[in-house]
Design a protein around this ligand. Structure first.
Ligand code: NAP
Length: 541
């Protein structure tokens, strides 16, 4: 049987099947090959890159500094690659990922244009049977979901969209062909990390830009800059120690650690620290004091500081006020980094539309109609986010022992042990799954930690002739409780964020990532492994 591209479909038996060829899937493949396991990777796209393959929207760039938004597993790779700026663009990250795929000859085990539809555990054979949309059907002892945390894009279901005569795009599924923005009346819906990057990039090209804002967001200047050769040289000379240090940070990034509580220092000292972090740029701002994410009064001081910066930047006081976030503590929604975001509202061709005050009612053939006005548009860009963390996993029909569906098991929210394994789903591993630090960290660092832990686990299973591993329900319950306890000790649950599932109508309100820090989490994972996989049932035979 052949699919449309005349590439034969896969029907064989493998040791491992990996779903996804983004940063996680590629490294997983690399590690499984090192173990000598026959591995196949299925990827929806027609190229590698995952997030960075899909997110080609204007202005797309990563918020983690490029020198550390890299794999660390190969010292040679670290030395030979050079990034052109402090924060890497989407295009540059995608060429890096392509370079990695070529350099390590990964492509030969990847099947592209192969969206996985089902993954079902065959109890009798103790194997995963994985099927794709194009007709592949393979079985494997291990199944590793490397599907990403932010890969299930969500365009809101606004009535009338199908009648719109202009063009519309979601940032997470941007076309591969060039999109002409020049001279168009463009509407951007959404002011999260994606919207805040699109808006300043599109504004100089559009004849007019309308920004449809539902929730004002905290944003910190990224202070992007061209590559600094001296910093690069010094980093490359000390990469080994720096990576070691990074893995033992809370968030997988090197930022000057906070030493004091915000309210324990004088007003002058607080301002000095905030100014210093504001000038440095980057997400380190949220780490200015130790208690910003646990104490509302402390958080207010940081939030007030950012609001004062917005008011000082935006010329029109009414627009400035509308741009000041007031309904959630700073950092409880993903802190946004920007380049000239607030400045963009001083342009005469940019209008902020407050859709909290006057909600979007429908999309008409010629634009967007809110409760109090109609906006004529040639293009709508939905920067409206993702069904995060659980969405990509649940878009696949995953069935564990006894045919139990993951969708059923997670009806009230995700339940995992360490975010990497699920009771009732033997030999299934979820890279950066819900219940792990993942999206609260520099993703590449979290990915490497998970992939290495999973590879070591599989190595152990093979060496000890173990047929299946799965967490005990009690261990999973305890982990879920621990994840919740950690989150509830912070201000995170106060925001209607995608971390909480709040952006998806009907999604259970559960804080999904593990907030205890990558450092603590890594130590826990390593201890569990060292104790012969405490909390897991290992079946021989
Ligand atoms: P997001 O953070 O979920 O933001 C979505 C935006 O769309 C929010 O402003 C949301 O408003 C708005 N929205 C959603 N539905 C709407 C509706 N029906 N009407 C009006 N507004 C609506 O999504 P994102 O910006 O794509 O970012 C998602 C995550 O991806 C980020 O938090 C980050 O982790 C990652 N990311 C990172 C980068 C980077 O590194 N620079 C760039 C892009 C994305 P509400 O707030 O009211 O829901």
């Amino acid at each position: 049987m052949a699919h449309a591209g005349f590439e034969p479909v896969e029907t064989g038996e493998f040791d491992a099947v990996v779903i996804g060829a983004g940063l996680a899937g590629l490294y997983m493949l690399y590690r499984l090959r090192e173990l000598g396991l026959a591995t196949i990777v299925f990827e929806t796209g027609d190229g590698v890159g995952g997030t960075w393959y899909w997110n080609r929207y204007p202005g797309a760039r990563c918020d983690s500094p490029s020198l550390f938004y890299s794999y660390s597993f190969s010292p040679e790779l670290l030395q030979e690659w050079s990034w052109s700026s402090r924060y890497p663009t989407q295009a540059e990250i995608l060429s890096y990922i392509n370079h990695v795929a070529d350099r390590f000859d990964l492509r030969r085990d990847i099947r592209f244009n192969a969206r996985v539809t089902t993954a079902a555990y065959d109890d009798a054979r103790r194997r995963w049977v994985v099927e794709t949309e194009r007709g592949d059907r393979v079985s494997a002892k291990y199944c590793i979901a490397a599907v990403g945390c932010l890969s299930a894009g969500q365009a809101p279901k606004i009535p009338g969209l199908e009648s719109f005569r202009g063009e519309w795009y979601h940032t997470g599924a941007w076309p591969h062909e060039p999109v002409e923005l020049r001279g168009k009346r463009i509407g951007v819906v959404g002011t999260g990390s994606s919207g805040v990057q699109v808006i300043p990039t599109v504004a100089p090209l559009a004849s007019h830009l309308y920004v449809f804002q539902r929730t004002a967001n905290f944003s910190i200047p990224a202070r992007n800059a061209p590559r600094n050769e001296q910093v690069e040289r010094e980093t490359k000379a000390h990469y080994a120690e720096l990576w070691k240090a990074i893995r033992m940070t809370k968030g997988g990034l090197l930022a000057p650690p906070a030493t004091a509580k915000a309210l324990d220092v004088s007003e002058e000292e607080r301002q000095r620290v905030y100014e210093e972090r504001w000038a440095a740029g980057g997400s380190g701002f949220a780490g200015a004091f130790t208690d910003l994410l646990t104490d509302t009064a402390a958080n207010d001081t940081a939030a007030d500081f950012v609001r004062s910066k917005i008011r000082a930047t935006v010329a029109d006081p009414v627009v400035a006020e509308a741009l000041c976030p007031k309904d959630h503590p700073l950092g409880t929604k993903r802190l946004v980094l920007d380049t000239d975001y607030f400045e963009t509202y001083n342009r005469p061709n940019v209008t902020l539309v407050d859709v909290r005050k006057a909600p979007i009612q429908e999309i008409t053939p010629t634009g967007i109609r809110t409760a109090d006005a109609e906006y004529e548009l040639d293009m709508i860009i939905f920067a409206t986010g993702y069904n995060a963390m659980t969405g990509p996993l649940l878009s696949i029909d995953i069935r564990g022992q006894g045919g139990v569906q993951l969708r059923e098991k997670w009806q009230a929210g995700p339940r995992t042990y360490l975010g990497v394994s699920i009771a009732g789903f033997p030999n299934l591993f979820t890279i950066t799954g819900p219940g792990s630090p993942s999206v609260l960290t520099n993703m590449v660092v979290a990915i490497e930690q998970h992939v290495e832990w999973v590879a070591d686990c599989i190595d152990y299973l093979e060496e000890h002739h173990i047929a299946a591993i799965e967490p005990d329900v009690a261990a999973e319950d305890a982990w879920v409780e621990h994840v919740n306890e950690k989150a509830n000790a912070t201000l995170y649950p106060l925001a209607n964020s995608w971390y909480m599932g709040a952006n998806i109508p009907g999604k259970p309100r559960v804080f999904m990532p593990y907030v205890g820090g990558l450092d603590v989490y890594t130590v826990t994972c390593n201890e569990i492994a060292a104790e012969g996989y405490r909390g897991f049932a290992l079946t021989t035979g």
